[in-house]
Write a protein that binds this ligand. Structure first.
Ligand code: CA
Length: 335
């Protein structure tokens, strides 16, 4: 680690057995001069084997993964495990406690904060600890996201569209193993990539993420997909002992490439979706209307799909501002 992290992990990740505790983030504020923020962490370790990080609460308002991982953590005994599984169920702890995408302390979006800063804001310090203290001790990271408060997804897995054929094959195998209805591959963004995906790639850790439903709620179907998917994933990489869980349903492989896959609100107003999640659309199809609250006699603005594809993600709240993402598409994966 180039500079030391200020965060201190109470539990010894090299010890066999099941341990729970906190990663302490020093936080000196008016009500607590020498206090720390308690980021919950747990470790289930049993000898040699893969070193896995299971993460949720990267965005605090994405609940499916948090619930799935809490249930798995309570269920697992050391004898169920080969190697080590670390649970970071509320990665951006202040955001998770507030039920918000971003931290109420510094407005930090953890998944836009990597590689982080050991002397930065609370969220930057968490990002730095994850990338520089945690990931170098891991072979795999599964980062469970959903659409959060503003988006709803067809339950999906995703990761980077690796140019290395072996890495791409592993990614696709893990997506098929997890067994969400869809799995999609994304390109690296233009400019600096501040996501956990980039952090994992920098640290040589095999990455998989998800987008499981959302809407600021817990959808039982998506939760069931998460729970079964995590167990299949862990078994596939050799981290769970015992017989293989039931095979997954087929995963539809998709790609998401560039801005033409997205539809944004052209104006501020009330969003009327014109298609449902899961629809197949053609280029030019109407996507949604924006109705003008302040000038109800005006014709609404119409947003269209720039390209054809499968409606993977849809905005949830009615009220929308210009620039809000209304939909995004996936298209059949083309190697
Ligand atoms: Ca997210």
């Amino acid at each position: 680690m180039p500079r030391p992290s200020r965060l201190f992990c109470e539990i010894d990740l090299e010890r066999d057995g099941k341990q729970t505790g906190f990663v302490r983030l020093p936080h000196s504020v008016h009500r607590s001069a020498y206090g720390w923020l308690p980021i919950p962490i747990a470790c289930v370790r049993n000898g040699a084997g893969p070193r896995v990080l299971l993460m949720s609460g990267n965005h605090g308002d994405e609940y499916e993964g948090q619930v799935a991982l809490m249930k798995l953590l309570r269920a697992l005994a050391p004898g169920d495990v080969r190697g080590r599984i670390v649970f970071l169920t509320a990665a951006n702890f202040p955001a998770a406690m507030a039920g918000m995408r971003t931290s109420p302390i510094d407005e930090g979006n953890l998944n836009r904060s990597f590689p982080g800063d050991p002397d930065g804001s609370v969220t930057q310090q968490i990002a730095y600890w994850i990338e520089h203290a945690m990931l170098p001790q891991c072979d795999y990271v599964l980062d469970i996201h959903s659409g959060g408060s503003s988006l709803m997804y067809v339950p999906s897995t995703l990761t980077r569209r690796h140019t290395d054929p072996a890495k791409l094959a592993t990614a696709i195998d893990l997506m098929r193993t997890f067994g969400a209805p869809c799995g999609y591959l994304t390109d690296a963004p233009n400019g600096e990539d501040r996501t956990l995906t980039a952090a994992a790639i920098r640290q040589g850790v095999t990455h998989l993420s998800t987008e499981l439903a959302g809407g600021g709620q817990v959808t039982p179907t998506a939760l069931a997909i998460a729970e079964a998917g995590v167990r299949r994933y862990l078994h596939r990489i050799g981290a769970l002992a015992g017989p293989a869980p039931a095979a997954a349903a087929p995963t539809r492989l998709l790609q998401v490439r560039g801005s033409s896959y997205y539809v944004y609100a052209p104006d501020a107003g009330i969003f009327e979706p014109l298609v449902e999640l899961g629809a197949e659309v053609q280029a030019g199809d109407p996507a949604g209307l924006i109705h003008f609250t302040d000038t109800p006699w005006r014709e609404p603005s119409l947003a269209r799909f720039e390209r054809g594809g499968f409606v993977l993600c849809k905005r949830v709240p009615g009220r929308s501002e210009r620039g809000d993402c209304l939909f995004h598409l996936g298209a059949a994966f083309e190697p």
